[in-house]
Design a protein around this ligand. Sequence first.
Ligand code: CA
Length: 232
Amino acid sequence: MRLLVIEDEERLATALKRGLEAAGYAVDVAHDGRIGLYMARENPYQAIVLDIMLPGLNGYRVCARLRAEGLEVPILMLTAKNGEYDEAEALDTGADDYLAKPFSYVVLEARLRALLRRGGARRQAVLHIGDLWLDPAGRTCGRGQARIELTAKELAVLECLAERAGEVVTKTEIVEQVWSADFDGDLNIVEVYVSALRRKIDAPYGRASIETVRGSGYRLIGQGHPHDRHTR
Ligand code: CA
């Protein structure tokens, strides 16, 4: 899952990026409201952490513009003054939740998880593709009753494919959704993750659910019994 942190205090922004990356998220940082707004429009983020007092454009305005443009990405606003006025205004401009500074990192991560679980409108709680299931917010995956252990990045790559099961997803689309903007490596890194996924979600179960579409990308197809659940 890719997140955007818009925060001008560099130490705080760096600490958030480090902590969230350790928790398995891909994190981009903007130190300026205008740049943050631009990045939020251009990239597929699953959530945004947004400070209020920012150079360029303040957090209320960034939030209001994104909502006015129809972007439904969940936004967690960081309020500075710990006053009711700030918090009410944060929610009025379209933020989904707020956290007063100073805050504990553990609380921030928990609030983010809750936001991701509640979803930015389109997010489905648990994805089912045949008997393969994936809970993006809970970070778990399995086949039927069996739970499958995946790394954070493997899970994120699988999520890209699962959200669009049956369709071809390109390597570029996967990299954009799973890696942060400072990734400047080879698109072929995706192949490494797909191989790992095949070893974990397919081979032990006698399946071949991730198809390679030559020259285009990959397609996840439903296989196995869905156990009375919805198939996609
Ligand atoms: Ca600030």
